[in-house]
Design a protein around this ligand. Structure first.
Ligand SMILES: Cc1cc2nc3c(=O)[nH]c(=O)nc-3n(C[C@H](O)[C@H](O)[C@H](O)COP(=O)(O)O)c2cc1C
Length: 166
């Protein structure tokens, strides 16, 4: 039987910024040999994926001062099936925002608190600073320094899981 720990990264993205952040975290985590990394779009992730993982990265845009509808749908579909089965597992969040991101971070924190997950990092928020409707709806390109931060978070999560330090 495999003793590898699994890091589950669940994301949604409308204009690709969050996807790039989640992919960078995945790449960082994959550099740690002792961990199985699963990157799933929120629409593809279900309760079985949550139950089978040992740690979590939740990645979302902040839309209308909230997590994206599809990440909310993921939590709605999985919350009660996982409740009381994931206590104490580590998590962190990745937020792609225009200029804020704090409400999305707070929402994830509340849901994670309900699941009794353990926060192991501050929410990593990247702001695009898009202001006009055209800029907000345009495909994003996350900068290399921000992608490096996401990569480092993925790596740290994976290392912590592999070493059993969380
Ligand atoms: C409908 C909509 C609502 C948004 N609301 C917010 C918001 O409340 N706060 C914020 O900081 N950015 C807001 N934004 C900007 C997005 O968070 C930003 O464009 C981000 O890059 C989206 O991530 P994505 O590229 O992964 O889709 C909004 C964007 C859209 C399309």
């Amino acid at each position: 039987m495999s003793t590898l720990k699994t890091l589950l990264i669940v994301y949604h993205s409308m204009t690709d910024g969050t996807r790039q952040m989640a992919e960078a975290a995945r790449a960082g985590a994959a550099a740690e040999s002792g961990v199985n990394v699963r990157l799933l779009h929120a629409a593809q992730a279900g309760a079985a994926d949550v139950l089978a993982a040992h740690g979590y990265l939740f990645a979302t845009p902040e839309n209308l001062a909230a997590i994206s509808g599809q990440l909310k749908d993921f939590f709605d579909r999985t919350y009660y099936a996982a409740l009381d089965h994931v206590n104490g597992r580590p998590y962190a969040s990745l937020i792609c925002a225009g200029s804020d991101g704090s409400n999305a971070a707070r929402q994830i924190e509340r849901i994670a608190t309900g699941w009794r997950l353990k926060s192991v990092a501050e929410p990593l928020i990247v702001c695009s600073h898009a202001q006009t409707p055209e800029a907000i709806l345009a495909i994003k390109q996350i900068g290399v320094e921000d992608l490096a931060r996401c990569r480092a978070l993925g790596e740290a999560m994976a290392a912590g899981l592999a070493l059993g330090v969380f």
